[in-house]
Design a protein. Structure first.
Length: 487
């Protein structure tokens, strides 16, 4: 059963229950009010008739000669009075010609209030004993007209109730259909996207901004936009990766065919082997980067510990400065510890330095510095390269994104380095930004929260993101190495 039908059924049952209770209560109160009016009238008639008979008896009138001349109060329903002594009826007054009263045996009526049902209708009676004799005054009213009116009222209430339930259910169904229209649109959009994989579609639900379903439609559109972006990135990533893989594989395959050819000369063999080695290394680097991004997508748990960021930076500097040909320099290194994964932090520094060196043509320099800025350890890599393209900063960290200048300078790049760097920084609760220099080049700024040691001795807790400053020995390194200097 659809949600619309369930809502309609639920509210229809609720409406029917409320109307049934309300109309039943109204009918009962109406019927009791009529019966109360009749009872009050009969009680008044009986009081006056009894007083009249007692007055006649006091005046010396014999009981067989007593008469009931006036019932003193007229009511709309047919009514009558009897003076009864034993099994005999002495006097009669009122509407004695009423067909219903012909079925009533006045001497057999018991004292007090009684209701009798006959084939012609209902009779209400009141028998009051006389104070001066053993006689009784019996008063009766024909309630068949009231019962007929009540029956008509019951049918009217039943028709009104059924009409109200029908109209109310139709209105509720229409309101539910209108309210659930965004859900139907979401369902149709989801089905269409599932069938066509077209994440560019939007629901575009229009309505009151405070309506939860309208907000749901807007959130669904935002989700579709995010999925569309992710899907486009994935497609671009697959295209770029397939291109990047195809080139080294083609080179390896062509040179391998050359090596297995008939009697190639030694120089050609060396060139082919050199190409195979170079492209294999490039392929291995690309595969390593893809594996890193695959681990990032898998959301592996963080295994942080105290890491001296300055030591990791100097170790990376020592490994890369020979390859940089004197272009890699250190401006300033403060001794500072962070809570993190040492291998990942080293990979972060390698990525940033490699990118800076790759896109800084000789003799441009690349400078590394680490500063202790209280709550954070700040890593800066400043280069004199080609600078940043005129695109949003977030796009620079997208997988496989490469600017035109970067592609022209280094066609062999994969565009995965900054995406890996961003993942590592976010994994350490840090931030990374790329800034343009006043002159040529760019600056990468990484902020990672400092490591905070627990006060419980050897069992130190690694609290990430805290702003408590841990006392660390001052370090700048001042070495005689001409490539390691303070500006």
């Amino acid at each position: 059963m659809s949600l619309r039908r369930r809502i309609t059924l639920a509210y229809g049952v609720l409406l029917a229950s409320v109307l049934a209770i309300a109309l039943t209560l109204a009918y009962v109160l109406h019927a009791e009010a009529h019966d109360s009016d009749v009872d009050a009238a009969l009680n008044d008639i009986a009081t006056r008739a009894t007083a009249e008979v007692n007055a006649q008896l006091t005046d010396g009138v014999a009981l067989p000669d007593v008469t009931l001349l006036d019932l003193h109060r007229a009511i709309d329903e047919p009514h009558a009075a009897w003076l009864v002594v034993g099994a005999n009826t002495i006097a009669v007054a009122g509407a004695t010609s009423d067909a219903l009263f012909a079925l009533l045996d006045a001497p057999s009526v018991g004292d007090g209030w009684q209701t009798r049902w006959t084939e012609l209708g209902r009779i209400r009676t009141l028998a009051t004993p006389l104070a001066s004799s053993d006689g009784r005054v019996v008063i009766a009213a024909d309630l068949s007209a009231i019962d007929a009116a009540n029956a008509q009222l019951r049918w009217a209430y039943l028709f009104l109730g059924l009409l109200s339930v029908g109209v109310g259910t139709a209105v509720i169904s229409e309101l539910a259909s209108h309210a659930l229209r965004p859900v139907a649109q979401l369902t149709a959009a989801a089905s269409g996207i599932s069938a066509s994989r077209d994440f560019a579609r939007r629901v575009r639900v229009v309505g009151d901004p405070e309506d939860e379903l309208v907000n749901l439609g807007a959130a669904f559109d935002e989700m579709l936009a995010s999925l569309d972006d992710a899907y486009q990135q994935q497609q671009r990533f697959l295209r770029d990766v397939s291109h990047e893989l195809r080139t080294p594989l083609s080179v390896i395959h062509g040179n391998a065919q050359l090596l297995v050819g008939q009697e190639p000369d030694r120089e050609a063999q060396r060139d082919a082997a050199s190409h195979i080695v170079r492209e294999s290394e490039r392929l291995a680097r690309l595969v390593d980067k893809l594996l890193v991004l695959a681990r990032a997508d898998a959301a592996q748990p963080f295994a942080g510990q105290a890491v001296q960021l300055d030591e990791v930076a100097m170790e990376t500097f020592d490994e890369l400065r020979a390859l940089a040909g004197g272009r890699l320099q250190v401006r300033w290194i403060d001794a500072v510890a962070v809570s993190g994964e040492r291998d990942r932090l080293k990979q972060l520094i390698v990525v940033l330095l490699d990118n800076a060196l790759r896109y800084t043509p000789a003799p441009g320099r690349v400078c590394l510095s680490i500063r202790d800025e209280g709550c954070d350890a700040v890593l800066r890599v400043v280069d004199e390269g080609i600078g940043l393209p005129s695109v949003p900063s977030a796009q620079l960290f997208e997988r496989s994104y490469r600017g035109d200048a970067a592609r022209a300078l280094d066609p062999s790049g994969s565009g995965l380095g900054l995406a890996i760097a961003r993942w590592i920084v976010l994994r350490h609760d840090g931030t990374i930004e790329l800034e343009s220099n006043d002159g040529p080049g760019a600056c990468a700024v990484v902020r990672i929260p400092r490591y905070v040691a627990s006060s419980q001795g050897p069992d130190r807790a690694h609290r990430r993101g805290t702003h408590t400053v841990d006392a660390v020995a001052a370090y700048p390194r001042r070495l005689a190495d001409p490539q390691l200097h303070r500006p």
